[in-house]
Design a binder for this molecule. Structure first.
Ligand code: NAG
Ligand code: NAG
Ligand code: NAG
Ligand code: NAG
Ligand code: NAG
Ligand code: NAG
Ligand code: NAG
Ligand code: NAG
Ligand code: NAG
Ligand code: NAG
Ligand code: NAG
Ligand code: NAG
Length: 688
């Protein structure tokens, strides 16, 4: 019964392949509980304690991850001579017997991550050395020391990619990687490396080196000319010094972020560096100090102790900075440092820069000049500094002609140079949030008052003025723009009166945030904003749903943190109801007894209430979930609402009865008198 199965699965596979080509779920059951997914035999997580012996003999790729295979014996892979990719990750693997790979000479990719290979590493090393074609080896997470690694890889001269991340390597020296002459990529991330001594000398082809998350205190004498990517982030590096040399370096990406650099790194003079990542260090430039003194000729002396000899290297920081040819640099990230000013001509050396991040520093003044020739710059982030002034030096021509995103958020700016955005020809996004700026024109005041003028900036589509302390907008501040996204949140005095100042945006505005703007009137008229798709009205004091919203075709509406007691019962009706996809509703004091709208929303197709679990309603002093109202509350609501008429009737009934009884009593009491009266009257006319 077993025999036809492989044929069948092959047939299924062929069928599936014939169908789609792009179908990646083409699988068929296979003996041993494994699945053949395209050409990969997947035995992941099958509680296997050994390599199954009943797979197809022509298996080329075999995944055995998440099983309990403690050892790969000599015979384990005998049946699969065509294997070129094997993965045995997370198995508690302790040993690979020396003969285990003798039958798999074609193995090229081997992953052994997260096992216990430290236990019998010398036997495992012998097994690995029988792999003449091995190109990629992953030994991450095996508690290996540098000596074990050195033995394990000593004969793998064909290796191109090696990962020994997440082990317990502490230092590297020239013996560690001797024979890996073909290595292109080496990952040493997350070890305990505090010292590297000529460890990479033999690796003539190495292009990518990752030593992130170690304990390196400095990188001095960097001389790996062939290296293209060096990732040394998350160490404790205070110095980065390149060996003084005129040799061309291939370096393209240098990541030194999250270290303790005190100075700008001393880079190779000639390199192809396009990304320099220096985020989160302690860098500053000391060329000019805040009090006006100059340290232009400052030199730093390095005491390099090697064995019993001491070598003093003197570096002139600014000269070395200037000697580096940074003409290919495209991304410079110096965020989260202590930069308060840039050296003169610093940016002028980087004509190819497209992205400059100087956010989270202590800049007080930032001067842009036409000579900086930042003609390619598209993104400039100066947010979270202490900027009080943005200077623009030189003529009236274009500057920053490619700039698209300018982030000035969280500074102390009150104004910007007049006309700044009309000269940046390509600007689309400006973030001015959390500054003390006003928009021009100021209502009822002269034009020359300090304000930010965005009128006529036709390219601008995204503008944030959140938390700017805007004081009531008036006039036509957005004239000549075609803003699509506008953030006015956290301006408690911005919206007084009508929204007429939005008149220039009615056709273009798609996303509007009015969070925390003291909006209380439901009569605010949004109906003109016909393109609006996303509106944030959270954190206001709306007591009723603004009726004008019903005419919009919003996709997302945020009404959190208001004073709404109910939504209109017809909220799910067109056009709003049919276009709306996302409605945020929590933190409003809804009335538990008028939840008809809530039931309507639950039934509305395609509409999500992402914060639905947090929506509550109140009943008396209780806060309840509208989906699980207890029976007594429901009854009490029924009393209150649906059967109100009955209630009145019931309330009125005793009164009516009392009145009726009283009337009868009175009637009875008076009856005799009446009779008498009648009698008397009649008596008068009686003929007796
Ligand atoms: C496995 O094979 C190696 C090399 O062929 C041999 O030295 C070793 O004794 C074998 N181990 C076992 C348990 O057969
Ligand atoms: C590496 O190869 C040499 C000779 O081929 C051999 O003597 C040595 O034992 C091998 N090393 C390991 C760790 O297998
Ligand atoms: C390097 O490889 C050669 C031959 O492949 C071997 O003899 C030598 O022992 C290896 N070196 C080390 C340090 O393992
Ligand atoms: C450097 O390594 C860290 C940690 O793995 C990673 O987060 C970061 O993206 C890497 N940097 C680059 C430039 O790839
Ligand atoms: C300027 O600052 C430096 C370093 O903080 C200090 O050594 C120097 O005395 C200061 N000079 C003046 C004139 O305040
Ligand atoms: C720096 O050195 C140059 C000559 O090398 C000299 O002209 C200049 O005055 C020096 N500046 C300071 C501040 O010492
Ligand atoms: C210093 O090192 C050299 C070789 O590097 C050695 O010959 C010499 O004896 C050492 N001197 C001392 C004092 O250790
Ligand atoms: C000291 O440094 C210089 C220049 O960096 C170098 O030429 C020289 O070989 C070094 N000497 C020693 C003993 O390392
Ligand atoms: C910097 O390098 C570029 C080519 O990579 C070259 O065109 C330019 O002249 C160099 N600049 C300097 C100042 O050496
Ligand atoms: C500007 O920077 C702030 C904080 O640095 C960030 O929160 C905001 O998203 C940025 N704005 C844009 C448009 O990227
Ligand atoms: C302006 O930006 C667009 C993309 O938004 C780009 O295609 C165009 O080349 C840019 N123009 C300039 C002068 O950089
Ligand atoms: C609302 O905005 C004001 C500034 O106008 C700010 O101080 C306050 O923290 C904001 N409130 C909330 C809840 O974000």
């Amino acid at each position: 019964m077993e025999a036809p199965l492989p044929g069948l699965s092959l047939l299924l596979l062929l069928l599936a392949a014939g169908w789609g080509g792009g179908m990646d779920a083409a699988w068929a059951p296979s003996p041993g509980g494994c699945e053949l997914v395209q050409s990969i035999m997947d035995c992941t997580g099958r509680q296997l304690s050994s390599v199954p012996g009943n797979l197809r003999g022509d298996t080329e790729e075999l995944l055995l991850d998440d099983n309990t295979i403690r050892a790969l014996g000599n015979a384990s892979l005998l049946l699969y001579p065509r294997l070129w990719h094997l993965s045995v990750a997370r198995n508690g693997l302790e040993l690979i017997e020396p003969g285990a790979f003798l039958s798999s000479p074609g193995l090229q990719v081997l992953s052994l991550t997260d096992n216990l290979l430290f236990t019998k590493y010398s036997l495992t090393a012998a097994a690995l050395s029988a792999l003449p074609a091995l190109r990629t080896l992953d030994l991450a997470g095996n508690q290996l020391t540098e000596d074990m690694v050195s033995v394990l890889v000593s004969n793998l001269s064909s290796l191109e990619s090696l990962s020994v991340a997440r082990n317990i390597i502490m230092r590297l020296d020239s013996y560690t990687f001797t024979n890996l002459t073909q290595l292109l990529e080496l990952n040493l991330e997350k070890n305990y490396i505090f010292e590297i001594d000529q460890a990479f000398e033999g690796l003539q082809r190495l292009q990518r080196l990752n030593i992130a998350y170690n304990y390196l205190p400095c990188l001095v004498g960097f001389d790996l000319t062939q290296l293209r990517v060096l990732n040394a982030s998350n160490n404790i590096i205070e110095w980065f010094l390149t060996l003084e040399s005129d040799d061309p370096f291939e370096l393209e990406v240098l990541d030194l972020s999250h270290n303790r650099l005190l100075f700008f790194p001393v880079l190779p003079r000639h390199s192809k560096l396009h990304s320099l990542l220096l985020q989160d260090n302690r860098m500053s430039f000391y060329q000019r100090l805040p009090n006006g003194t100059s340290l232009a000729n400052v030199t730093v002396q390095f005491l390099i102790i090697q064995g019993n000899t001491t070598n003093i290297t003197t570096v002139r920081l600014w000269d070395d900075l200037c000697y580096s040819n940074l003409s290919s640099l495209r991304l410079l990230d110096m965020s989260q440092n202590q930069v308060w000013g840039l050296p003169e001509d610093f940016l002028a050396q980087m004509p190819s820069l497209t992205q400059l991040k100087l956010n989270q520093n202590c800049l007080e003044v930032f001067e842009l000049s036409e000579e900086d020739s930042l003609g390619m710059l598209t993104e400039l982030d100066l947010s979270q500094n202490e900027l009080v002034e943005l200077g623009v030096k030189g003529g009236v021509g274009d500057f920053l002609p490619s700039l698209q995103l300018f982030n000035l958020s969280t500074n102390r700016l009150r104004a910007l140079p007049p006309g700044i955005f009309t000269r940046t020809r390509n600007i689309t996004t400006v973030d001015l949030s959390r500054n003390r700026v006003d928009l021009c024109p100021q209502p009822g005041e002269a034009e020359h008052l300090s304000c930010v003028d965005i009128r006529g900036v036709g390219t601008l589509t995204h503008l944030s003025l959140a938390g700017c302390g805007l004081q009531g907008l008036g006039g036509r501040p957005f004239q000549g723009t075609s803003l699509m996204h506008l953030d006015l949140s956290d301006n408690r005095q911005a919206l007084s009166g009508d929204l007429a100042w939005l008149q220039d945006l009615v056709l273009t505005l798609q996303v509007l945030s009015l969070r925390n703007t003291s909006l209380s009137s439901a009569t605010v008229d949004f109906s003109a904003l016909s393109s609006l798709v996303r509106l944030d009205l959270s954190r206001n004091s709306l007591a009723a749903f603004p009726a004008s919203l019903g005419a919009l075709r919003l996709r997302s509406l945020d009404l959190r943190d208001n004073c709404l007691r109910a939504l209109p019962p017809d909220v799910a009706r067109a056009p709003l109801g049919t276009s709306l996809r996302e409605l945020y509703l929590s933190r409003n004091p809804y009335n538990c007894c008028t939840l008809g709208w809530w039931d309507t929303l639950q039934r509305a197709e395609g509409l999500r209430v992402p914060d639905g679990r947090e929506v509550t309603c109140s009943h008396g002093s209780h806060t309840l979930s509208p989906n699980a109202l207890p029976e007594p509350v429901l009854q009490s609501c029924r009393w209150q609402t649906a059967d109100l008429a009955l209630l009145y009737l019931v309330l009125a009934l005793p009164t009516c009865l009392t009145l009726l009884v009283a009337f009868v009593v009175v009637f009875l009491m008076l009856k005799e008198k009446l009779l008498k009266m009648v009698k008397t009257r009649c008596g008068v006319s009686s003929p007796y």
